[in-house]
Design a protein around this ligand. Structure first.
Ligand SMILES: [Zn+2]
Length: 298
């Protein structure tokens, strides 16, 4: 895999890699390592989001602190991956064990950033598509953890992602295959309104008819952000694949607990988030296959 990537980069087949000096092996390795480190640093921030957002704490202003003894965590104990390994997953002061989630989220974010970097380069997508890819990762990863544990998707995750998608599509309209800044805005805004508005109507009507929540508003806002980032085809895939994943998980849990599937409370967000990550790497391939299937050359 790595050899293939390097061969691709060294071939200099993409103007974007060449522009960045990526047609030589050492800069290519340096580029991949830099993106991995960048991903791990953002993963460290996502850990802060995962812990603080459901508790209503600021993710910006309060310094990092141990959740057991409250001691402030100094910068040299806060290095992604490294500090966890050096301190063997424990607080320097009270020696309370930290959750392995800290290490796992940093590592996964680093790996996904590198994989997104490679995908955008190999598919020869516009460089700004990397911003969209990073935004999806930053939205999806904390959603998996927070919604699974707390059954909420914080507005502090979905609304900045939605805003970011709109700004990127205006500044870099080629991300959504648009020619002008206005077309770029519409290419992100309209899918967000269609998907978000449609699901909001479904959630409100379903609640009235069923007398209980059938779709959380956090899921609605998450899907609006995904629609702005991916457009309609990606949003429909995420909704379909995520719902299917949720239903299968619900049936498995119902069978294991020997209870009716109707009595299993399911968080939909983690499955939507996983589907969003899948679309990042296979979306263009799926879309091309679908267009070929309905007879549109691609
Ligand atoms: Zn401590």
């Amino acid at each position: 895999m790595i050899a293939r990537l390097l061969m691709h980069y060294t071939a200099g087949s993409s103007e974007w890699w060449s522009r960045l000096g990526m047609n030589y092996p050492i800069p290519a390795i340096f580029g991949l390592v830099s993106v991995f480190v960048l991903g791990c640093c953002w993963g460290s921030f996502l850990n802060v989001c995962i812990w603080r957002m459901p508790r209503g704490e600021s993710v910006v202003f309060a310094p990092s602190h141990c959740t057991s003894c409250g001691a402030e965590i100094r910068w040299f104990d806060n290095l992604p991956l490294v500090s966890y390994l050096v301190l063997r997953g424990r607080c320097r002061h009270c020696h309370a064990p930290y959750s392995c989630r800290y290490f796992i989220v940093e590592l996964i974010t680093g790996i996904l950033f590198v994989a997104a970097f490679a995908k955008i380069g190999m598919a020869e997508m516009p460089p700004a598509a990397l911003l969209t890819a990073f935004a999806v990762i930053m939205l999806a990863l904390p959603t998996v953890w927070i919604d699974f544990e707390h059954r909420i998707i914080p507005d502090a995750l979905t609304l900045p992602a939605l805003l970011f998608a709109l700004v990127v599509s205006v500044v870099f309209p080629d991300v959504c295959a648009a020619a002008t800044h206005l077309q770029g805005l519409l290419a992100a805004l309209l899918p967000a309104l269609i998907v978000g508005g449609g699901l909001w109507c479904f959630a409100v009507t379903g609640r009235r008819l069923a007398g209980r929540e059938v779709l959380g508003l956090g899921d609605v806002k998450f899907m609006a952000a995904i629609a702005a980032l991916y457009g309609l085809p990606g949003a429909f895939f995420v909704l379909g694949a995520g719902s299917l994943g949720g239903v299968v998980y619900g049936l498995v849990m119902a069978a294991r607990r020997k209870r009716s599937p109707h009595r299993i409370a399911l968080p939909l967000g983690p499955f939507l988030a996983l589907a969003a990550l899948i679309w990042l790497w296979v979306g263009d391939w799926l879309l091309a296959a679908y267009l070929r299937h309905i007879g549109i050359a691609f």
